[in-house]
Design a binder for this molecule. Sequence first.
Ligand code: MRU
Length: 343
Amino acid sequence: MTLRPPTVQWLADDGAAYRQPGPSARQHGFLDIIDQTKLPKELVRLQLCNPDDIYDAIKRLAVRGAPAIGCAAALGLAAVAQRLQASSPPDFIQQVRQIADYLASSRPTAVNLEWALNRCLGKLTAGSIPDLQQALLDEALAILQEDIAMCEAIGRHGMTLLRPGMGVLTHCNAGALATGGCGTALAPIYAAQAAGCDVHVFSDETRPLLQGARLTAWELSVSGVKVTTICDSMAAQVMREKRVDIVIVGADRVAANGDAANKIGTYQLAIAARYHRIPFYVAMPYSTIDRNLSTGDSIPIEQRSPDEIDHCPGVQVYNPAFDVTPHDLITGYITERGILAQP
Ligand code: MRU
C-alpha cells in the first residue's frame, strides 16, 4: 500500500478531490498541489486559482518535474478560466490564450508545459463561456488521467529490465512527485516492487536544489523502497564499486535524434555509465519527444538564479538547470509504447 499523496489534483469547492474527468468532477474548484519546496520536512498542499500564483508555483518548483508541470498548468488554467470576467466567448478565449502564454513562459525546458497548455487551448472552439470553461477542465483532467496511465505503462515496460537485488542509480526526481502518476524513471521500480522484485536505489542528491536528496529519497522511503542518497560527485565511484547495474533517469525534452535534456548532472552520469559499461536508460512519456528539434543543441536550457548556489559574494555563478545527454550514450528510451532503441 502506498503512502504517497497525490502530487497534482483538482480540488472542488466542496472539498472533493478529482483526478479523472466525468460528470462528478464538473465543479468549481482549484488546482491542488503538494508544495515540494517544503518536502521532506513538511507535507503542505497549496490550492491555486490565479495566474500569478500558478506561474510562481511552477517557477519556484513548488510543483516540478516535466509531466507534473504540464498537468498543473492545465488544471491551473481551468481554475483561472472559471473565474474570468469576459464579455463574450471570443473575449474569454483571448484572455485564456494570454494566460496560457504567461504560464508557458514560467519554465522553458520541459516540453510538457507548452504541450499540455496547447492541448487545452485546442478545446476552445465554439460554445458559451460555461461550455468553454467545462471543456478546459475536462481536457485538463484527461491530461492528468492519461499521465497516470502513461506512468503505469512505463512501469510495466521498464520493470522487465530489473532483477531482484539490482542497484539502480537515478538522478533528480522523476517519480510520483514529478508526474500525475507513479513517475517515469521510478515507475519501473514501483512496478517491480509490486511484483515482489526489490531493488536498491542510489539517489543522487542533485545539486543545487536537492530534488534527489529531498524528493526521491522521501517518496521511495515512504513507499518502502530501499534507497541510499549519495552526493552527485560520488556516482562514478559507486559505479566503480559495482553497486550500480542500471541507470534510469527522466527527461524534460527529447530531440528527434534522441538527445535528451534532463536535470543538470545527467550528462556526466551517462559518460560515467558508458565508461563502466552500465546501461543508461531514459524513461519518459512519448509526448516528451519534440520532433521540431532535430538535435539536442536546440533545446532551450533554463538558467536559474545564482542565489540557488552557495557562493562567495562578488563571484560569478553559472546555474543551468538542465543538460543534454547525447543519444549515443543512451541505451534505450522507456516509454508507454515500450522500450525503444531510438525515439
Ligand atoms: O527542475 P526540475 O526539478 O523540474 O527537474 C526535473 C527533472 O529534471 C526530471 O528528471 C524531469 O522533469 C523528468 S520528470 C518525470
